[in-house]
Ligand binder design. Structure first.
Ligand SMILES: [Zn+2]
Length: 450
């Protein structure tokens, strides 16, 4: 890199809303517009942050672009991007776009900020203060909530030497098709998944045997395929048949499917934060209205009592949770919410059953004379035999073990009920990718249709 070139990192967040649009699409369009003036040094990074923040749309995702450009282009690129977001974000009271620019290396304090954004609830003021301290160029609309995600994406570099990462290829729809039914061949998705497994993941919900790569509603995304490397995703795209045209596609590098939030999570009980800690079951799980399963648990690090919940759509996972009994122990992975009263609830995203306790029931002993089961003769009066009349005032109840169906081990909800950050079963099958390099392939994005 010569002196006339400069490193530029652009963080973007919260241009979407529940009614449509998508931050990845805004990023994909920005990429197209600046491509001739820059050299991208990385795929656009799609960073998922703490999924427990209630006011975030969908997956709490934000984007970072890393590139090199000539010094003389910098001002123009930045003002183009700020204007582009201004003119292309979703007009919605709950949409508060933010964009932050960093020139040169990412400062350590931004990396620390990003770590906390994965697991805790960061206030807007904190993001604004950091931007001011570092004298970063930034732009926001509304209350500036998007600045949090913009900084979080910038600071989360997903370095191959430190972090696990995956890719997602997103295809986008022609403008005139947005809002209409998505025309993608279900059969072709199943074939693609079979052929490219285990290097693609979360295409099919294993319980429903249905594809989950297409979002619902007005989102401009036609479908998204997740996988281990960019070339496999291009191959996957060729295999998925659609009956509508694709406007463009773009491959993102992402922390989806990596459990990155659990890497930093602790067992502290704090509202909306990510939780990881060992819990001893205190009460038998019960199913409440709506099908959610709840039990009381004791956090072993602090002896605090919490509610632990598995939610209705988690299906088979929920059935495992229902088999837990007092004194069993799990390592719980999830988020802290408050649902009713002021008891904190750990909302389970996955768990490791670490101890299956012995459970007993108390029964009366057998008759020593005739072998028939005796009955209690009343409180502390021993037992009597109804068949032969034998009595023993001193005989005690005996404890009989109850067989347990539950096994120790890791339990994860099916793909259709997983949050973006959760590492799915299929990824455990792949050898640890210690030497996973970032190789920017030629066709990592393409505009196919105007
Ligand atoms: Zn008897």
């Amino acid at each position: 890199m010569t002196k006339s070139f400069i490193q530029l990192h652009i963080g973007i967040d919260d241009t979407d809303s529940l009614s449509g649009n998508c931050t990845t699409y805004v990023a994909a369009k920005i990429i197209e517009h600046i491509a001739n003036f820059v050299n991208f040094s990385d795929y656009p990074r799609l960073i998922r942050n703490n999924p427990n923040i209630p006011w975030k749309t969908r997956g709490n995702g934000s984007i970072a672009l890393s590139l090199e450009t000539k010094k003389r282009y910098v001002e123009e690129i930045i003002s183009f991007i700020f204007n582009f977001i201004k003119n292309n974000h979703e007009q919605d009271i709950n949409t508060n776009p933010g964009c932050v620019i960093i020139e040169g290396e990412i400062p350590q304090c931004v990396k620390d900020f990003a770590k906390r954004a994965l697991i805790s609830n960061i206030k807007i003021d904190e993001a604004k203060r950091l931007i001011e301290e570092l004298k970063l160029k930034s732009f926001h609309i509304g209350n500036g909530r998007g600045l949090i995600g913009a900084l979080a994406a910038l600071g989360n570099e997903l370095k191959p030497s430190e972090d696990d990462f995956t890719y997602e290829l997103l295809t986008y729809r022609l403008k005139e098709n947005i809002g209409k039914k998505r025309l993608v061949s279900e059969e072709s998705i199943h074939l693609m998944d079979k052929k490219l497994s285990p290097f693609v993941f979360n295409n099919i919900d294993e319980e429903k045997n249905k594809s989950i790569i297409t979002p619902a509603g007005k989102d401009p995304v036609l479908y998204g395929i997740r996988g281990e490397d960019a070339n496999t995703l291009l191959e996957a795209m060729k295999m998925v048949k659609t009956f509508e045209e694709i406007e463009r596609y773009c491959i993102f590098r992402t922390n989806q499917g990596t459990d990155q939030h659990f890497k930093f999570a602790k067992s502290k009980i704090k509202k909306y934060s990510v939780f990881k800690g060992e819990i001893e079951v205190q009460t038998k799980p019960k199913t409440i209205l709506g099908g959610h399963v709840f039990f009381k648990g004791k956090v072993l690090d602090s002896n605090k009592i919490v509610d632990v919940a598995a939610f209705e759509p988690t299906k088979r996972f929920k059935l495992v949770v229902k088999q837990l009994l007092p004194n069993d122990r799990i390592v719980a992975f999830g988020g802290i919410q408050v649902f009713q009263g002021d008891t904190f609830t750990v909302q389970l995203e996955k768990m490791i059953v670490t101890h299956v306790s012995n459970q007993y029931k108390e029964i009366s002993p057998l008759c020593p004379q005739c072998g028939k089961r005796m009955t209690s003769a009343g409180f502390s009066k021993g037992h009597k035999c109804k068949k032969c009349g034998y009595k023993d005032r001193n005989s005690k109840k005996i404890r009989e073990p109850i067989p347990r169906q539950l096994s120790k081990g890791l339990y994860i909800p099916p793909a259709g009920s997983q949050r973006h950050l959760i590492k799915p079963n299929r990824r455990y099958e792949i050898d640890k990718k210690i030497d996973k390099k970032i190789i920017l392939i030629n066709n990592w994005w393409k505009k196919m249709k105007n």
